[in-house]
Design a protein around this ligand. Sequence first.
Ligand SMILES: [Zn+2]
Ligand SMILES: [Zn+2]
Length: 275
Amino acid sequence: MIADNHNHFVECGDAVAMARAGERAGLAEMALTEHVHHLTDALERIPALRRIPPEGPALSQEAYVTEVGRAQAAVGIRVGVGIETEFMPDSEATARGLAAFLADTRNAWDVVIGSVHLLADEVFLEDVDDADPDGAWRDYGERLLASIRSEAYDVIGHPTRLAVVGGPVPERAHTLMDELALAAVRHDVALEVNAVDLRAQPALVHRLISCSAARGAVLSLGSDAHAPDRAAAALAAPAALRDAGVSEVATFVGGGRRMMPLGPPRHLDTTKPRH
Ligand SMILES: [Zn+2]
Ligand SMILES: [Zn+2]
């Protein structure tokens, strides 16, 4: 049983179906954490967010919270309401707008994920220059470390994502995982084990897990599912966590963090007597 702290529904258009799929797959808790650029309230205040291609129709914060409430009412597991926001420090106006939006809405969210999707010159991770992986990872690493130091987020989203979408993975990427773990401890932020990245780049995600275990950094699990058929993908993570000696993961309520024991491996469940 795990808490899955990172999921979306604007792309598939059905929060209830996402929650039902998560419950059916065996999640103990689930959070819906839509991108900040899918909220009209944020788009109105932060024009730069309009440059990020939407995955579906934007909705007001009120409508978003209502949709998550409908999902919560449809299932027997807790469904948290969160947000995945952008770390965009290059433009002062954008950074200030994002910080102000977060400050004004903080009480609305169970969990705030801070993610780096853009590098220098607003280049998306998907579009980085394959010819200079070291340069891309230096930029990515500096942004991730700065996002940790900001202490603005509960979770640093997918700190391994550049390995999935951005070409060759240099040695620098592996050394970065230890730097992130150290910084996460110092600034009391959880690092995300992202199921998309775990599937595509297991070696680097295992490195993140082992460094976090060694340094004592808190880990948060996220499926990052955008459709019901990918819900609960984070259930693939506990095996790797147990191998590294990690026995608990983070869950969030009202912005407060608590630790949830991973419990015994799932295959033991099948030995239970049937009723
Ligand atoms: Zn993301
Ligand atoms: Zn996401």
